[in-house]
Ligand binder design. Structure first.
Ligand SMILES: *[C@@H]1O[C@H](CO)[C@@H](O)[C@H](O)[C@H]1NC(C)=O
Ligand SMILES: *[C@@H]1O[C@H](CO)[C@@H](O)[C@H](O)[C@H]1NC(C)=O
Ligand SMILES: *[C@@H]1O[C@H](CO)[C@@H](O)[C@H](O)[C@H]1NC(C)=O
Ligand SMILES: *[C@@H]1O[C@H](CO)[C@@H](O)[C@H](O)[C@H]1NC(C)=O
Ligand SMILES: *[C@@H]1O[C@H](CO)[C@@H](O)[C@H](O)[C@H]1NC(C)=O
Ligand SMILES: *[C@@H]1O[C@H](CO)[C@@H](O)[C@H](O)[C@H]1NC(C)=O
Ligand SMILES: *[C@@H]1O[C@H](CO)[C@@H](O)[C@H](O)[C@H]1NC(C)=O
Length: 474
């Protein structure tokens, strides 16, 4: 076995030698080889000598992050990944920069940079070259810049000429300015991620031309203006994330055409004008996150039961009014329901407790009223993940509850009313002191009430006081 291995090694080595010696049959063009070495040197620093370290980068001395393929009998570089993803990856120097030679790699399909342009010392911010990208237009399918804080300036419009691109990811860099208008020309794109930069300006109408798009993530920028109705043409889309921007206006009803959409996150913007009924057509949705927008209107403007795949529904901080509709309780996959900090009124339906997978229901900070009619078992199961505090007119019927399961931060109802009724009656001297004490306990409620446990205590004492009052009166 060992012998065979050694023999094979020499055979391989021999054939490589003969290639190299015969010159004309060299497996890799010298220009391609030199371009690769020079391009890499620009990123990792002049100490890096490719021809010394990796004489045969597509053959027996592979470079971590570099892939090759054969075209017309010659090796060419097809992928270049720069940045510390593996122990022996190419890591960048503090003055990493783009060299012309990068753009001479004519079969480059994948180019990615992770945590490469990060220098914060001095004035080492780098911008993307503008003029060269056209040279890669015939080959480049995936371009990624992730976590390069010192990569600043505008996104060059010339990226819009990379007509074969299927994935463009510019995530967590320092880009400023607007999204180039001509990104609408990248009609092969399946993924467009520009999240976590400082981009401004509007979302252009012609992004609606990217009809093969599966993922559109423009979150965590400062984009403004309203959503173009053309976005509704992105009917293949699976994920749409526009959260944490300054977008405004009415949500276009055309969004409802995205029948395959599973994630819709528009949270933390300034959208207004109510929920659109057309949203109920997006029945692939698993997550709807619209929190922190002054959208307003009523919850039941949508027939929720059509969205039967919904697992996460976050509609907190939206200025919603009206009741919590019963149809929410037909969302049988629902795990999270966030309706906090709205202006919801009425009494929440105990049917919500029938949601089989629900693990959090947040109703706090509304104007719900009446008796909470959920079961003790439900409160026990949910604990503080049933959040109904900060609804001044809401209470729970104490008689039904074992002490430890009272809903957190909600006051007990009936007994207090009873006590008030009783206190209006003439009181005998015997229970006068008791009444003062009773008031003191009530005042204490807002403080201890925050601990679910305190309520139990208060509840019990109130009951006791009540019984004693009655006794004294008889
Ligand atoms: C790499 O090293 C060789 C000698 O080992 C030298 O001839 C060549 O100029 C060096 N290349 C670079 C780019 O520094
Ligand atoms: C950094 O570069 C900008 C122009 O890109 C210049 O205005 C500024 O003065 C430079 N700052 C330092 C500290 O060199
Ligand atoms: C969107 O599709 C409609 C037809 O459904 C078409 O009239 C419109 O031009 C398209 N918009 C864009 C920006 O592609
Ligand atoms: C939606 O998804 C289905 C199933 O994956 C697929 O067959 C269909 O082509 C998709 N629709 C669009 C418009 O991409
Ligand atoms: C909302 O988005 C802005 C960016 O537009 C961001 O600065 C802010 O931290 C976000 N707020 C929350 C609560 O996420
Ligand atoms: C709730 O409604 C009241 C009265 O209509 C209004 O003053 C308040 O701003 C609203 N609150 C929210 C969070 O929309
Ligand atoms: C809460 O609802 C009650 C009616 O149930 C109403 O009288 C009151 O004004 C509302 N409070 C707020 C802050 O909207």
């Amino acid at each position: 076995m060992k012998k065979l291995f050694i023999v094979m090694f020499f055979v391989c080595l021999g054939s490589w030698r003969s290639y190299a010696q015969e010159g004309g049959e060299a497996p890799m063009e010298k220009t391609e080889l030199d371009s690769l070495f020079s391009a890499i040197q620009g990123f990792v620093g002049n100490w890096w000598n490719g021809s010394d370290l990796y004489p045969d980068p597509c053959g027996w001395t592979p470079i971590q992050g570099v892939s090759c393929d054969i075209f017309d009998g010659l090796w060419y570089v097809t992928a270049l990944n720069i940045g510390p993803t593996h122990d022996n990856s190419l890591a960048c120097s503090p003055n990493a920069h783009f060299r012309q030679q990068l753009f001479e790699l004519k079969h480059l399909k994948t180019l990615s940079f992770f945590s490469c342009f990060v220098s914060t010392k001095g004035n080492n911010s780098v911008s993307l070259p503008t003029g060269e990208w056209l040279k890669l237009a015939g080959s480049l399918e995936s371009l990624e810049f992730r976590s390069n804080a010192a990569l600043t300036g505008q996104i060059p419009g010339s990226l819009g000429s990379l007509s074969k691109l299927q994935s463009l990811v510019l995530l967590h860099n320092g880009f400023v300015g607007e999204i180039p208008e001509n990104f609408g020309d990248l009609i092969k794109l399946k993924r467009l991620v520009l999240a976590g930069n400082s981009l401004t300006g509007p979302i252009a109408q012609n992004l609606g031309r990217l009809s093969e798009l599966l993922i559109l993530d423009l979150s965590r920028n400062s984009l403004s203006g309203s959503l173009p109705s053309s976005l509704g043409n992105l009917t293949s889309l699976l994920k749409l994330d526009l959260s944490d921007n300054k977008l405004s206006g009415i949500l276009p009803s055309e969004l409802g055409n995205m029948r395959n959409l599973t994630l819709l996150d528009l949270s933390n913007n300034s959208f207004y004008g109510g929920l659109r009924q057309s949203f109920e057509k997006m029945n692939s949705l698993q997550e709807i996150i619209l929190s922190n927008n002054p959208i307003g209107g009523e919850l039941d403007s949508i027939n929720w039961k059509n969205l039967r795949n919904l697992a996460i529904l976050d509609l907190s901080d939206m200025g919603l009014e009206g009741d919590v509709p019963d149809s929410l309780s037909e969302l049988k996959s629902l795990r999270f329901l966030g309706l906090s900090h709205n202006n919801l009124t009425g009494n929440p339906s105990p049917k919500l407790a029938t949601l089989p997978f629900v693990s959090a229901i947040y109703l706090f900070g509304n104007n719900l009223s009446g008796d909470l009619k959920f079961s003790e078992k439900f409160y026990g199961k949910m604990g503080r993940r049933f959040g109904a505090w900060d609804n001044p007119n809401l209470c729970y019927p104490i008689g039904m509850l074992a002490a430890s399961t009272a809903p957190y931060g909600v006051k007990p109802c009936e007994e207090e009313e009873e006590v008030v009724k009783l206190m209006k009656k003439p009181i005998s001297k015997a229970n006068f002191d008791m009444r003062n004490w009773n008031l003191a306990v009530s005042k204490g409620c807002s403080v201890i009430g925050i601990e679910g446990f305190g309520w139990k205590f208060v509840g019990k004492t109130l009951t006791m006081v009540l019984l004693m009052n009655m006794f004294v009166m008889k």
